[in-house]
Design a protein around this ligand. Structure first.
Ligand code: PMT
Length: 336
């Protein structure tokens, strides 16, 4: 991005200044990383993301990081129990498919065992019932898929095979909160050099609370002492360093989830004011698969799947809008 086309210098905070109030919170996220070790396997996942991003961005392909699923918060260092949340990963998995259909390369940072692109379509089907044994003329037996049981299988399989062949989808797994936060930072660093060509689509349900490592019991908490009193700390918001330090030129989309409709819009607007990014997708827990509100600094509007005939997933409508907004963003702010 050229200096002349930059929208606002205050997104690119390097040092604390009066125009960079975000730096006031810098300590909290830095302290989090300083007091938690990188998770096992971190270095190789970081390298994978870096190579994937380099390969696609040098060919001029836009790259999006899609985060998906819930983060688990351990109660013990040698973890037996953890705090978890409701997220199925449907939003992220479905969105990744629509980004791929729009020609983006996708880093899919997802919770282990949450829904995955393409495979999610099989999640309501018992795979064992879709498969049949077929006798060959020579007496051998082979396994075939019974397409009548799952009519969409062929078309989904063909798209999935194309995506695999073009290497445009990178799957990266996490389970614990700390692992997610480390990988988010690594992904942001891998993508930062491409400036406006990259998008962050932060659909994961990230825990707001955790127990710092040094305050955690090492071994399984015993029930013989009665119920434990557990004190949780607030997880620093990683949107702050993402927008202002790790990837200051990228197009950033965050999510706002509420159960109280009366709070949703104001909280989404507040997020845009606090972090100075591009879009918030605001959703209510119970209706998240039917309707969302797209909020930008200039306007907001609600979209519902019921308003659009033939649309299979609300994510199809979300991604169409975001791709248009991202294209305009690149034109207005210049390529990398
Ligand atoms: O997976 P599904 O079942 O399909 O459900 C989809 C969804 C409801 C999880 C998804 O649509 C959604 O709303 N995801 C975000 C949920 C959430 O964490 O909301 P929040 O209001 O707590 O956080 C707002 C934003 O801050 C998020 O984009 C998050 O990435 C970011 N965040 C959160 C915590 C933290 N420590 N740092 C952050 O930057």
């Amino acid at each position: 991005m050229s200096e002349s086309t930059k929208q606002s210098g205050d997104r690119n905070c390097q040092e604390p200044t009066p125009t960079c109030p975000q730096n006031a919170k810098k300590d909290e996220w830095e302290t989090f990383f300083e007091s938690h070790d990188a998770p096992p396997g971190f270095a190789s996942k970081k390298l994978q993301m870096h190579e994937f991003a380099q390969g696609h961005l040098k060919n001029g392909t836009n790259v999006v990081l899609v985060t998906s699923g819930g983060t688990a918060v351990p109660l013990e260092s040698r973890v037996v129990r953890f705090i978890d949340n409701f997220s199925s990963g449907k939003r992220g998995a479905s969105s990744a498919e629509y980004f791929l259909a729009e020609g983006y390369a996708v880093i899919f940072l997802h919770r282990h065992k949450s829904l995955q692109p393409y495979e999610r379509h099989l999640s309501h089907t018992k795979l064992i019932d879709v498969l049949d044994v077929q006798n060959k003329p020579n007496g051998d037996q082979t396994i075939v898929a019974n397409q009548a049981m799952f009519p969409k299988l062929l078309s989904i399989l063909k798209v999935y095979k194309d995506v695999r062949a073009s290497n445009s989808l990178l799957l990266v797994e996490f389970v614990m909160l700390q692992e997610y936060l480390y990988l988010l930072q690594a992904a942001a660093e891998a993508l930062s050099f491409a400036g406006t060509q990259t998008m962050f689509y932060l659909a994961a349900a990230v825990s707001d609370f955790y127990i710092p490592s040094k305050e955690m019991s090492e071994h399984k908490i015993s029930s013989s002492n009665g119920p434990p009193i557990i004190s949780l700390k607030v997880v620093p918001k990683m949107l702050t360093p993402l927008v202002h330090h790790w990837a200051p030129d990228a197009f950033v989309v965050s999510f706002k989830l509420e159960t109280d409709r009366a709070l949703l819009l104001e909280k989404a607007r507040k997020a845009l004011r606090d972090y100075n990014h591009e879009v918030v997708i605001a959703n209510i827990l119970e209706e998240r698969n039917e309707c969302v509100t797209i909020v930008t600094p200039d306007e907001h509007h609600k979209i519902c799947i019921t308003d659009s005939r033939g649309t299979r997933d609300i994510e199809e409508l979300i991604i169409k809008e975001l791709v248009t907004k991202h294209t305009v963003f690149i034109v207005e702010h210049g390529p990398e």
